[in-house]
Design a protein around this ligand. Structure first.
Ligand code: NAD
Ligand code: ZN
Length: 401
């Protein structure tokens, strides 16, 4: 019998080396521009071809870290280095916030622009914006030619502390978060502190729920520090806020590169602690709640649930709720009464990964573990507890405590 006729099974595991390049700067379009430049390798046939994509909320004249116009700063950056980079077309503006992820037509427009300017796999898409813009532009870059090099410059605390570091890109479809998406490792990420200065207070806060999340999963000392400096973070004191963003970014980076499951092939999504309810609350509120705000509520719920069911110390659960509150998060929302709708989020969370439902819960701060079912009655109690805590905290504030 020839080998062609014999039945064969050939399974060969293989690994692909990736490098995740994360940089921290304070002025990457000005004094520190070598940081960005060094990521944009020339193509071999001349300068690197770069297309800039900008969150339109950053593109208003004067709205840039140091009072200058961001579009002008990009143009000046390109003019200073003609031997190193050439711009593929004008800077492209896209809608900021969740709206870019909710409108599938924006995706088509982005692909048309890539095609019109003949971007190829050695071209660079440099995207400057909030997490939503990074997700959507990143997804378009991931599917065009099966992957154009993507350099992210996150401009929100959430982008710098979490999403900008990730390997996930995507948009919302069927009113479900990130239903359409792709894993793709960015070519580089530049966290520039100056870009955060124009954020609204509301959006400035949002990244810190993800910092609390990662500290609860990985780093008790970081959680203690967050509790200590929370009121100063709320005041936007960058001397304490920056190190926390950096610590969060570094933990996310470590998890992705060393955690053994960057593309979520296994059962669990530990970085999505507190997210089953957060991802449901966002569409339930018609995206009135920001991701970071919904995550703060989701963390509070799953922390209290961990305490009710798995012996997570009660005093630590109180510390988590206090920490989130003193950062400035509102932990109550009227739609939390609609627990039946909220619980649909469990099934949606399961479906996103397939297989059994797998949620991360906490035994202790820094000791996460996985569960595969939820006691809905106790989860309702956890939600009620969080709401009662939030109302009491609100009343204390109202009487000036
Ligand atoms: N890919 C991932 O791994 C991952 C992880 C976490 C969250 N996310 C996603 O990130 C999104 C949320 O991102 P976000 O919290 O950054 O909010 P966002 O992108 O919605 O931005 C919030 C608002 O701030 C504006 N903005 C952004 N930067 C600004 C600046 N410097 N100055 C003034 N305005 C600015 C935006 O235009 C928007 O209006 C959600 O869609 C969430 O699902 C993705
Ligand atoms: Zn998140």
């Amino acid at each position: 019998m020839s080998s062609f006729e014999s039945r064969q099974q050939v399974d060969i595991p293989f690994a692909v080396p990736f490098t995740h390049r994360l940089r921290f700067t304070t002025d990457c379009l000005g004094q520190d521009d070598q940081v960005l430049l060094s990521l944009l390798e020339p193509s071999g046939e001349g300068p690197a071809r770069v297309q800039f994509w900008v969150d339109e909320n950053l593109a208003q004249p004067g709205l840039c870290g140091n009072g200058e116009d961001l579009l002008e700063r990009i143009a000046a950056f390109a003019r200073r280095h003609p031997e190193r980079i050439t711009q593929a077309g004008n800077v492209q503006l896209v809608p900021g916030g969740e709206v870019i992820k909710n409108d599938i037509h924006v995706l088509e427009r982005m692909l048309k622009v890539f095609n019109h300017h003949n971007l190829d796999r050695r071209s660079y898409v440099v995207v400057i914006g909030g997490g939503a813009v990074l997700d959507a532009v990143g997804f378009a870059a991931a599917i065009a030619h099966r992957g154009i090099r993507l350099v992210r410059l996150p401009t929100t605390t959430l982008g710098q502390a979490d999403s900008g570091i990730g390997v996930k890109n995507g948009v919302n479809l069927f009113r479900k978060k990130n239903w359409l998406g792709a894993f793709a490792v960015p070519w580089g990420v530049v966290n520039d502190e100056t870009l955060l200065s124009t954020l609204s207070d509301r959006d400035f806060l949002c990244g810190f729920s993800e910092a609390v999340k990662v500290s609860l999963l990985k780093d008790p000392a970081m959680f203690a520090e967050l509790c200590r400096v929370a009121p100063r973070i709320q005041q936007r004191d960058m001397r304490v806020a920056s190190p926390m963003i950096q610590a969060s970014a570094t933990w996310h980076l470590k998890h992705i590169t060393q955690g053994g499951d960057p593309f979520e092939m296994l059962e669990a999504r530990p970085l999505d602690f507190g997210h089953w309810s957060a991802h449901k609350l966002e569409p339930m509120t018609d995206f009135q709640l920001r991701h970071g705000e919904a995550v703060a509520i989701g963390l509070a719920i799953d922390t209290v649930y961990s305490s009710l069911c798995f012996g997570f110390p009660r005093r630590d659960a109180s510390a988590v709720l206090r920490c989130l509150t003193s950062l400035g998060f509102e932990l109550d929302h009227p739609l939390l009464t609609e627990t039946d709708v909220l619980f649909q989020g469990l099934e949606e969370f399961r479906q996103h990964l397939g297989g059994r439902l797998t949620l991360t819960m906490l035994h202790d701060i820094g000791t996460p573990f996985e569960v595969h079912e939820v006691d809905r009655e106790r989860m309702r109690r956890a939600i009620a507890h969080v709401r009662a805590f939030a109302r009491a905290a609100g009343e204390n504030l109202a009487v000036g405590h």
